[in-house]
Ligand binder design. Structure first.
Ligand code: NZQ
Ligand code: ZN
Length: 387
């Protein structure tokens, strides 16, 4: 096992009723900005419950954060934060709202010019006095509620970039699984696949004799496979919703990443597909991951065989047959929850492949993957196999 430091200070308030039980987590006297998305919270009762918790605070609302949150929109929130001396941010929504809120927190008092530098130049060291954040999660998927990552898009340049720092980890996150009841099927399916691929990025690399991390990872994958379809069938099934929600959080809160190599190439390539074509994040992952498994097989073979045996019970046949069956099981699972896995399903063509490769070349991204040997040439191969 590799050395690691692990510190996750996010307090989780989990369960039915917690939406109406978090006001004491916000420091008394705070000037709060409540940030939310396109309005789903006004239809499903979450808005009413949250504003009830905020009565007694000086509250400014900022709605309209888009899926794949936009820098241009978030900078408007930054202006209001500065004007009104806001000192606490409450994100109410899915990963996009939580990520957007993290950017606002980091940008509010950023001293080195345009806060886009935090992403484009990787200037997390420049962040000063980030605003404390609380989150009320309405969509299990990203793990943003319990990590320090944020992904933001810039319309002007069609870029989608990420930054990560413990400075923007929420102080607390409210996970009330009853919020899942109002989710459209499409978003539930996205959440299942996104969480699944988060585990794969941290698990499907090469063995370092870390059986605890491996078993946690396999446990999360099996839980998503068992509980995900139940949530799709009946999002009001509380027990399944609770298991799904906690699985998605555990998939990306740092725990299963401890002491093991990580990949993240599927996400890096997927982000380009969203930036260029607006494809939902999880759907890009479902296209790219099978390609990564095929093209990077030499690096991943041992873990693919382990994953096949432990998660899918693929134990018969030659090694090559087992690898093929395991990749097919993964594809079938994504398709079974309604997420298509071929580029053609999203009208992706050869010109997109060239464009993605060109962007990586321009940014000097040429050493992805757990071994740093996933070159631009390999990115091309991965996308071409999946067209
Ligand atoms: O905007 P509203 O009206 O709220 O509607 C949203 C949005 O249209 C809707 N929704 C959310 N909760 C709902 C609901 N509708 C009904 N009932 C509810 N309870 O769902 C739509 C999608 O929401 P969004 O927040 O965009 O989805 P998700 O949570 O999947 O977040 C995706 C974003 O997170 C980034 C992605 O790149 C993408 O930008 N990621 C963040 C990560 C992180 N911070 O660690 C890691 C991930 O890999 C990912 O990259
Ligand atoms: Zn993801």
């Amino acid at each position: 096992m590799n050395n690691f430091h692990f510190h996750n200070p996010v307090k989780i308030l989990f369960g039915k009723g917690e939406l109406s039980n978090f006001k004491d987590e916000i420091p008394a006297g705070s000037k709060v900005m409540m940030l939310y998305g396109g309005g789903s919270i006004k239809k499903n009762g979450v808005y009413d419950k949250v504003t009830e918790q905020l009565s007694g605070f000086d509250v400014t609302e900022f709605g309209g954060i888009e899926a794949n949150p936009k820098y241009e929109t978030l900078m408007k929130a930054v202006e209001v934060v500065r004007e009104k001396n806001i000192d606490f941010l409450l994100a109410v929504g899915g990963g996009s709202v939580v990520d957007g809120t993290k950017f606002v927190s980091a940008a509010a008092h950023y001293p080195n010019g345009d806060p886009w530098n935090i992403l484009a130049k990787g200037d997390v060291a420049g962040i000063v006095n980030p605003l404390p954040i609380g989150a009320v999660l309405t969509l299990p998927a990203t793990g943003s509620e319990m990590n320090g990552n944020s992904v933001v898009s810039k319309i002007e340049t069609k870029e989608k970039l990420a930054f990560g720092t413990p400075l923007v980890m929420p102080q607390f996150s409210v996970l009330d699984p009853t919020v899942i009841a109002s989710l459209p099927e499409r978003q539930i399916a996205n959440g299942i696949v996104d969480a699944f691929v988060h585990v794969m990025e941290q698990y499907l690399t090469y063995p370092v004799n870390a059986p605890i991390q491996d078993r946690f990872a396999e446990g999360i994958l099996s839980t998503l496979i068992e509980e995900g379809p139940k949530v799709l069938k009946d999002p009001t099934d509380y027990d399944s919703a609770a298991n799904f929600m906690w699985a998605a959080t555990m998939a990306l809160n740092g725990l299963i990443a401890t002491g093991v190599p990580q990949d993240w190439s599927t996400h890096m390539i997927g982000h380009e597909l969203t930036a260029l074509h607006g494809i939902d994040h999880a759907r890009t992952l479902a296209v790219v991951l099978p390609g990564v498994m095929k093209v990077m097989l030499a690096n991943k073979k041992e873990k693919i065989l382990q994953y096949g045996a432990k998660v899918w019970d693929v134990t018969k046949g030659t090694e090559d047959e087992k690898v093929e069956a395991t990749i097919q099981k993964t594809v079938d699972f994504f398709e079974s929850v309604g997420i298509q896995t071929r580029g053609a399903d999203y009208e992706l063509k050869e010109d997109t492949v060239s464009e993605v490769c060109q962007r990586f070349e321009q940014r000097g991204v040429n050493a992805l993957g757990e071994k740093g040997d996933l070159t631009v040439e390999k990115v091309k191969e991965i996308l071409e196999t999946q067209l």
